[in-house]
Design a protein around this ligand. Structure first.
Ligand SMILES: Nc1ncnc2c1ncn2[C@@H]1O[C@H](COP(=O)(O)OP(=O)(O)OP(=O)(O)O)[C@@H](O)[C@H]1O
Ligand SMILES: [Mg+2]
Length: 271
């Protein structure tokens, strides 16, 4: 049997982005293969959201390029879905209408979309809440709806920007594993931005660490933990090894910045 390397679904090539004359990141290159989840970590403000926006074609890069399925991205491509930190639901639409949005906007009638919408609502555990409005849902339920909406177009590329950051720790633990379960049925190429290093390790096949000002890739780590992952994954030796390495890589910069920003004499107690 011939084992071929999975093809690169997302190809980020020497990408750089400036706002005005300020460089946010530069020389960012990596691939996300078919069926792979790549976590992205880095300090606040290093350009993670900006990077995702460039990947999904919501903004153009200042240098370099992104290819999805071999085609250069110069606007939102088909088959690409994004899930946002603040759920990004339309407050005036019901859960069902929010989930249907990606389909109706493509000209599919509400009636034709209905079975698929119902299937997705069931998949994310929101049965019975089809007619509810976002304000009537908890944060966790809103993010389930956001997830169902992203999945409605059956994306081959899924881009997530801190999707669980606004949730309590317990809901977050549940949704991480549920997302992996759902992802496993289709295995879209996924980019997963998070501030949580544990989450980056639990979700990712690889972890891209962004660092510096302007930021660039400090390292790309192979997680090396087989799937399916479970809540017990966090108790494995490999999990701890990867987490500690990524933590040190991210914190080194944070600590260096704190050390230069804070005047240590200001807190010294002279006796
Ligand atoms: N539309 C914009 N115009 C000008 N500057 C921007 C714009 N969007 C973001 N920035 C700046 O670019 C930098 C990167 O922002 P970005 O939101 O991509 O960071 P991030 O890594 O996602 O941060 P966080 O972890 O806090 O979400 C920040 O300094 C931000 O102020
Ligand atoms: Mg961000």
């Amino acid at each position: 049997m011939i084992h071929e390397e999975a093809a690169a679904k997302i190809h980020v090539d020497h990408l750089g982005k400036m706002y005005g004359d300020r460089i946010v990141f530069s020389d960012v290159s990596f691939d996300v293969k078919e069926g792979e989840i790549v976590s992205i970590v880095g300090p606040s403000g290093c350009g993670k959201t900006t990077l995702l926006r460039c990947v999904v074609g919501l903004m153009g890069p200042s240098e370099g390029s992104v290819e999805i399925s071999g085609a250069k991205v110069d606007g939102p491509p088909d088959g690409v879905a994004m899930v946002f930190q603040n759920f990004g639901l339309f407050p005036w639409k019901s859960v069902a209408a929010n989930v249907a949005y990606g389909l109706t906007v493509r000209g599919i009638s509400k009636k034709d979309a209905a079975p698929r919408v119902q299937e997705l609502i069931k998949l994310v555990g929101l049965e019975g809440f089809e007619k509810a409005y976002p304000y009537q849902l908890s944060g966790g339920m809103q993010q389930r709806a956001g997830l169902a909406r992203a999945l409605a177009i059956d994306p081959s590329v899924l881009v997530m920007d801190e999707p669980f950051a606004a949730l309590d720790a317990q809901t977050r633990d549940i949704l991480q594993l549920e997302l992996l379960r759902i992802w496993d049925t289709r295995r879209a190429a996924m980019m997963f931005v998070t501030h949580s290093i544990d989450e980056a390790v639990l979700m990712g096949d690889r972890i891209v660490i962004l660092r510096g000002r302007p930021s660039t890739i400090f390292d790309i780590v192979d997680v090396g933990i087989p799937r399916p992952r479970a809540h017990t994954t966090v108790d494995t030796e490999r999990f701890r090894t990867v987490r500690d390495y990524v933590w040190r890589a991210v914190m080194q910069q944070a600590q260096a910045e704190i050390a230069t920003a804070v005047d240590a004499d200001a807190v010294r107690i002279d006796s």
